[in-house]
Design a protein around this ligand. Structure first.
Ligand code: FES
Length: 199
């Protein structure tokens, strides 16, 4: 079965089994649109969990899911990205490299790469300054806003920068790291809005 067939099959299953639906869209033109579900008005109103298939999300790719009116960014990070996140060079430029602000993530994501599963980043695409959606900028190359850019997220509204774990840089308007929402994965299905089993 081709990928499209796989996604359609899972979509039918989800709609029948859970009723939890979310809208998924690519961020920017360079990132793939994997699948799409429209949340019901009632689901939006109560902030129901959102489920998304991340099985075909490739290394370095990002998708965006709407949950409680906010974009949720999901990135499958590469080994190189994870290595950079642990480097002293990067950590020294961050405001809260160890996620000491406990309000910004569940306990299971309070680690050196801010994730429940190492490669899978799940963060709110909601700048902690005034709420703009940061842009995904994974390229490790000089940028107009940072000569030594190591990849991450850039908020064009007022220039805040975040790394590939959503950790905020020093000296920018945003006061804290991007928030990590409750989430858990079962197989290829990632659910946003619930913790699942945390033991
Ligand atoms: S809203 Fe992102 S820097 Fe102001």
């Amino acid at each position: 079965m081709n990928q499209d067939g796989v996604n359609k099959g899972r979509r039918r299953f989800l709609m029948g089994a859970t009723g939890a639906m979310g809208a998924v869209g690519g961020v920017g033109v360079a990132w793939p649109l994997l699948s799409s579900w429209q949340p019901s008005e009632r689901a939006k109103a109560i902030g129901a969990p959102v489920a998304v298939d991340v099985g075909s999300l490739g290394e370095g790719e990002m998708i965006s899911v709407e949950w409680r009116g906010k974009p949720i960014f999901i990135v499958r990070r590469t080994a190189e990205m994870l290595e950079t996140l642990r480097s002293d060079e990067l950590r020294g430029r961050l405001s809260d490299p160890d996620s000491d602000n406990q309000n910004q993530q569940p306990e299971y994501a309070r680690n050196d790469v801010r994730s429940r599963e190492e490669e899978l980043l799940v963060v709110e695409g909601f700048c902690t300054h005034l709420g703009c959606a940061p842009q995904y900028r994974p390229q490790v190359e000089p940028q107009s806003f940072d000569d030594n850019w190591l990849g991450g997220f850039f908020c064009a509204c007022h220039g805040s920068r975040f790394d590939m774990a959503g950790r905020v840089f020093r000296g920018v308007p945003a006061p804290s790291n991007l928030a990590v929402p409750p989430h858990f994965r079962e197989g290829d299905m990632l659910t946003i809005g619930e913790d699942g089993e945390t033991a």
